[in-house]
Design a protein around this ligand. Structure first.
Ligand code: SAH
Length: 236
C-alpha cells in the first residue's frame, strides 16, 4: 500500500505499479509493516492481504452493491455465523461473497452463464467454501427452506415473494435492493398483499466523505451518486 492508501495486490512475480516495480523476492521476504522502495524510489508498506483487500480486487461483471449498503443490510438483519443466506441475482458475487465471509452458508442464484462464471472465480479467489451456486431463474422457484436472510437485487423482486413464503423461515428477513422507486412500490405492494410478511421499512443510505487537509476541512466535491433503496421485510 502507498502512503496515500492505494492498494496493490501481489500474487506472484514482480509487482508492477504506476509508482514503479518491486521485485517478487523483496515482497515475499518482507514482514507486514516493512517499507519497501520501488525502482523509481516510491515507498510502499507491505501488508498481508485481508478479506477486504481481496474483496476490492474481485472481478466485476454486473453493478455491485456498494459497501455502505452492504453494511446496512448486515446490521439490519443481524447476519451472523449462524445465518443461512440466499442471494439473487449473484451478479458479480459481491453480496454473496461478503455474506459468505460472515454467515454459515450462502445460496446464490444467477440466470446468466457469464455472470455465474465470474462469481465462481470470485468465490475461489476469496477461498470461500460455504457458497452453493444455483444457475437458475429464481422467478421459477427456490429449492431451499429455512432461509434466515434473503437478499434480492433483481429487476422484478416482487416475483420472488410467493416462493419466499415457503423458503424463508418464520422470523427471517428479506431485503430487496432496487435503484428505482417504481420497483420499490411494486415490491412493497406485493409484500402487503401476501399474508405472512410484514414490511418493516424502506431506506436509502447516503454516505458523504470529507477532505481533512489543513484548513480544507469540508465534504469532498464530487457529487453524491445514487445507488439503491433497501426494503426490509420480515416473515411472520
Ligand atoms: N448483488 C449483486 C449484483 C446483482 S446484479 C452484487 O453485489 O454483485 C443483478 C443480477 O441478477 C444480474 O447478474 C442478472 O443476470 C441477475 N438476474 C436477473 N434476473 C434473474 C432471475 N430471474 N434469476 C436469477 N438471476 C437473475
Amino acid at each position: 500500500m502507498t502512503d496515500n492508501g492505494k492498494l496493490f495486490l501481489h500474487k506472484s512475480g514482480d509487482m508492477h505499479t504506476q509508482y514503479g516495480f518491486v521485485k517478487a523476492e523483496i515482497i515475499e521476504n518482507s514482514k507486514p509493516g516493512t517499507v519497501v522502495k520501488t525502482n523509481t524510489g516510491s515507498e510502499m508498506t507491505v501488508l498481508e492481504a485481508g478479506f477486504l483487500d481481496l474483496y476490492k480486487k474481485m472481478k466485476r461483471g454486473a453493478q455491485i452493491i456498494p459497501l455502505k449498503d452492504i453494511g446496512k443490510i448486515i446490521a439490519e438483519t443481524g447476519m451472523s455465523k449462524k445465518s443461512v443466506v440466499l442471494d439473487a441475482g449473484s451478479g458479480s458475487g459481491a453480496v454473496c461473497c461478503f455474506a459468505a465471509n460472515i454467515a454459515k452458508k450462502v445460496y446464490t442464484y444467477e440466470i446468466r452463464d457469464d455472470f455465474a462464471g465470474i462469481v465462481k472465480k470470485n468465490i475461489d479467489f476469496l477461498g470461500l467454501k460455504n457458497v452453493v451456486m444455483r444457475k437458475k431463474d429464481i422467478y421459477d422457484g427456490i429449492s431451499e427452506k429455512n432461509i434466515d436472510i434473503m437478499i434480492l437485487d433483481l429487476p422484478e423482486p416482487w416475483k420472488v415473494i410467493p416462493h419466499a413464503l415457503k423458503a424463508v423461515k418464520v422470523g427471517g428477513y428479506i431485503v430487496s435492493y432496487s435503484p428505482t422507486i417504481p420497483q420499490v412500490s411494486d415490491f412493497v405492494e406485493e409484500v402487503r398483499r401476501t399474508k405472512g410478511f410484514v414490511h418493516l421499512k424502506t431506506t436509502e443510505t447516503i454516505e458523504r466523505e470529507w477532505d481533512i487537509e489543513g484548513r480544507k476541512i469540508r465534504p469532498k466535491s464530487q457529487p453524491i451518486g445514487h445507488s439503491g433503496f433497501m426494503s426490509f421485510v420480515r416473515r411472520i
